[in-house]
Ligand binder design. Structure first.
Ligand code: TYD
Ligand code: MG
Length: 465
């Protein structure tokens, strides 16, 4: 008999190794290899081929055909519906990721209650909390009277048997995917194989019955859904629920959506009675900003495929040192030197006698060259001592010749800025061809000198007043 082969699966990236090692060669993470059997899950295959059956022919069909009347179930929580692209799609699986304690269970309890009030059958399965704890939360949220069906269970086969009983549920919420285990895989709960097999079983259920399934996933320190990124590929939609430590606002971001746009965000505020929708998020984001202070510019950036608005703060102060200081937090220091050089040689702005400090607010790190013009605006604003317009965002790459170059995702950046309450943008030339909405004014800047001249004129006018 063949020796039972074991293999080691990286819990971070899912790579299969034949031998144990302290570090995964594929993703470089330490201590992530876990021994898993090969009888099922990843690596299962040839051994099971002996009892493989002959394939059955399936009926092929056409694109044009019957679909269910209401393909989406709308929760009525408009920020959530916006992020899902107009409601949960029947027969789809959605993954919601987020840090522990960010409010995923709270959001889903509120969504479940709102849907149950519209006479949908909603099943909430928690593998993390006991029924009493969920009830306690529901009481706190004031939704304890809703007809949400509740279970505390972690075995996938049991869950499927439970929800297949009676009328088909409209929405099944699984909190969280990492706690599930299935009889089909023989490794421990939380391992890649278990998470993948469990997700597969639930997604199959969703596709077969037409119920919408929402899976909650934990996020690692690096901000990825813990364990298998593969689950992200299997589901129809991925949402991230994010928030800043010490702040009350939460942002629900669409990362993947097979049935809608991925550039949407929903904004909430955590209160003592659960999550409150924030219809005008700019109050929250701008509330912490001192928009009268010189040296601050808002950069409309992109993080991967997601738009983010970040404040860039600059302080230019007279220096008593022979070699003035240049200190940067959250950005590339050689890039700063480049911007300073371009400002000096093409725009006549002198920094030789000044210390320059640059900080990206909120602990962000920007790697995009599109931040160049925001940095330049913050530097000039600090040097001239005049504040930039509070409702303006900046984006564009600066070349060594002083020209402002185009960057990708113009529309997404402006859309995010508009959503967050900004009314104007300083953008590279040609942007207005992409953005036609006149309520948001675009000032196209082809050369950095134009922006500097504008700021200098403003500073002079202020001085004469
Ligand atoms: P929870 O939904 O349990 O987070 P997750 O499921 O993402 O781990 O939310 C936990 C946090 O939310 C907890 O720190 C308490 C806070 N909270 C409120 O501030 N108000 C509320 O009404 C509720 C229910 C929770
Ligand atoms: Mg939870």
């Amino acid at each position: 008999m063949a020796k039972a082969r074991v293999q080691f699966v990286c819990q971070n990236c899912g790579t299969v190794h034949n031998r144990w090692a302290g570090k995964c060669d594929s993703c470089g993470e330490w201590n992530t290899l876990v021994e898993e059997g090969t009888s099922s899950g990843i690596g299962a295959g040839p051994a099971l081929m002996r009892n493989a059956r002959k394939g059955r022919a399936v009926a092929l069909t056409s694109l044009d055909g019957d679909i269910e009347d209401a393909p989406r179930i709308i929760s009525g929580i408009s920020e959530l519906d916006r992020a899902t692209g107009g409601g949960f799609v029947r027969g789809s699986a959605l993954l919601i990721g987020g840090d522990p304690g960010i409010g995923k269970s709270t959001l889903l309890t509120q969504a479940a209650a709102a849907l149950a009030r519209q006479d949908h059958r909603i099943v909430y399965v928690s593998g993390e909390e006991a029924v009493a704890q969920i009830r306690l939360r529901a009481q706190r949220l004031g939704v304890a009277d809703c007809s949400v069906e509740l279970a505390a269970e972690t075995n996938v086969e049991d869950i499927l048997a439970t929800i297949s009983d009676g009328k088909r549920p409209d929405l099944v919420i699984i909190d969280s995917i990492q706690t599930l285990w299935t009889d089909m895989a023989d490794s421990a709960p939380g391992t890649v194989t278990q998470v993948r097999s469990s997700a597969q079983a639930l997604i199959r259920y969703a596709k077969q019955t037409g119920a919408a399934v929402v899976l909650v996933g934990h996020v690692t320190k690096e901000g990825q859904i813990a364990g298998p990124r593969v689950v992200e590929h299997m589901v129809d939609g991925v949402l991230y629920f994010e928030g800043e430590g010490g702040h009350h606002y939460r942002v629900l971001r669409t990362v993947k959506n097979r049935f809608g746009p991925t550039d949407e965000i929903g904004v909430f505020e955590m209160s003592d009675k659960g999550l409150r929708e924030v219809a005008n998020p700019s109050e929250l984001f701008l509330g912490e900003r001192n928009d009268k202070a010189p040296g601050a510019a808002v950069f409309a950036g992109m993080e991967g495929t997601r738009p983010v608005l970040v404040e860039i703060q600059a302080l230019v102060a007279a220096s008593s040192l022979g070699t003035p200081r240049r200190a940067v937090v959250g950005w590339d220091s050689s890039r700063l030197s480049m911007i300073l050089a371009v400002l000096e040689s093409h725009c006549g702005v002198r920094f030789g006698q000044h210390d320059v400090y640059l900080n990206v607010a909120g602990g962000y790190r920007i790697s995009e060259p599109a931040a160049d013009i925001a940095v330049a605006a913050a530097l000039v604003s600090s040097l001239a001592g005049i504040a930039l317009p509070a409702d303006c965002v900046y984006f564009g790459e600066i070349s060594l010749s002083g020209a402002v170059r185009n960057v990708a995702h113009t529309v997404q950046r402006i859309k995010e800025a508009q959503k967050l309450g900004f009314n104007q943008a300083v953008a590279p030339g040609g942007s207005s061809e992409l953005w036609k909405d006149k309520s948001f004014s675009l000032s196209e800047t082809k050369a950095l000198a134009e922006l500097v001249a504008e700021l200098a004129a403003k500073a002079a006018a202020e001085k004469n007043r």
